[in-house]
Design a binder for this molecule. Sequence first.
Ligand SMILES: NC(=O)c1ccc[n+]([C@@H]2O[C@H](COP(=O)([O-])OP(=O)(O)OC[C@H]3O[C@@H](n4cnc5c(N)ncnc54)[C@H](O)[C@@H]3O)[C@@H](O)[C@H]2O)c1
Length: 450
Amino acid sequence: MKITITGTGYVGLVTGACLADAGNDVLCLDIDADKVRVLNGGGTPIHEPGLAALVGANARSGRLAFTTDTDRAVAHGSVQFIAVGTPPEEDGSADLSHVLEAARAIGRRMTDHKVIVDKSTVPVGTADRVRAAISEELGRRGADVPFAMVSNPEFLKEGAAVDDFMRPDRVVVGTDDEHAVAVMRAIYAPFLRNHDRLLVMDLRSAELTKYAANAMLATRISFMNEMANLAERLGADIEAIRKGIGSDSRIGYSFLYAGCGYGGSCFPKDVKALVKTGEEQGEALPILRAVEAVNAAQKRTLATRIVRRFGEDLSGRRFAVWGLSFKPNTDDMREAPSRTLIDELLARGAQVSAYDPIAIDAARALYANASGLAFAPSAMEACEGADALAIVTEWRQFRSPNFMELKAKLKHGVIFDGRNLYEPSMVASSGLEYVAIGRNAAGEASPLGA
Ligand SMILES: NC(=O)c1ccc[n+]([C@@H]2O[C@H](COP(=O)([O-])OP(=O)(O)OC[C@H]3O[C@@H](n4cnc5c(N)ncnc54)[C@H](O)[C@@H]3O)[C@@H](O)[C@H]2O)c1
């Protein structure tokens, strides 16, 4: 099938590469000429496990191409995916300007039947607005070209995006057009071979399903963070509690980790956008407002703990930070908790030596003008002479450090662990002070003086 993807970011590129790998003829369009140049030069602009090889192989086979030429892109695909960004506006609502611009660009040019598939995360009713924008452009040039609208929200996780796309838990297809259902079934059949997991529903339900999924996951995280904070006061261990409740099949283990808050390009903006939708509809959505508030506080928890331990004025201090990306296996730093921590440490006069296996280039671009922030070539070198270590992202390589070496390198021998990576007793046996999230019961001396 001939498929065009407008927007070649995390979602568009992964979708394009995976659909090409299934044998489709895919053309990816982006307005970012640098990105397209990198892709046409054989590179990949983002880090995702398995993606570079997949893009390379399919580009070489001729099934996957990249362009900035909108005329060519619209002419190419009988199916036009829209996978552009929907960043938050000032008031939290989703900015639909890119989606509507992409739709208009298609409407201005299309000359034959198209299935328009919205893959971006968009508020309920956006499909109607996309349909109206395309119809308006067609009307403007007196063209009567039929098209179908589909909402096909994407559920991939950064860090495992290719795997998620190749083996989806489900594929949601919202449409009122039977031909479009058949087209979507054909596109996704190679990824649903062992049993059908394609759910057909109306457009509005598909749009809301995506927000509801992310809101539910964010709720679990904030709930566990709330429990962790209570556990800490009560001398209980959130890790024991996590196992105690996760073993209940009605609850399950996923997304039950307490930590220093969620970040990334999706949960924060999607929860905000849903709250805004609720506001517009006269539904206060108190649970989701609390989810956001708990997360905002939790993203500051490492800084708060460092201040409790070292005082308000951190000038003359240096802190090692392990992990910059918002989660492991990605270089994405959008809304990353590391940024909240680094910003506060720098604002309080501290120096930061940061290490991340993948995201240092992304961090350099973000902090180009920041003084006081340096990047270390390895995790251990970041700790050399630092007052303490803060762990923000749970990269696998941080899981079993040499604690004796850390003790020797850190002036005050303190680890602030925002991801609960270690057994407190094991860290304590190396003579290190260990400040984890919701784990006071596990034997470490309370360094918080609470
Ligand atoms: N990143 C994720 O993990 C994820 C997962 C599921 C859903 N989503 C949703 O998918 C959408 C895309 O997210 P992303 O993370 O891939 O964004 P991104 O910022 O990585 O990529 C968006 C791309 O669209 C391009 N673009 C913008 N306007 C354009 C236009 N008019 N024509 C052509 N290209 C244009 C940008 O240059 C950029 O390369 C968002 O709505 C997001 O909420 C993201």
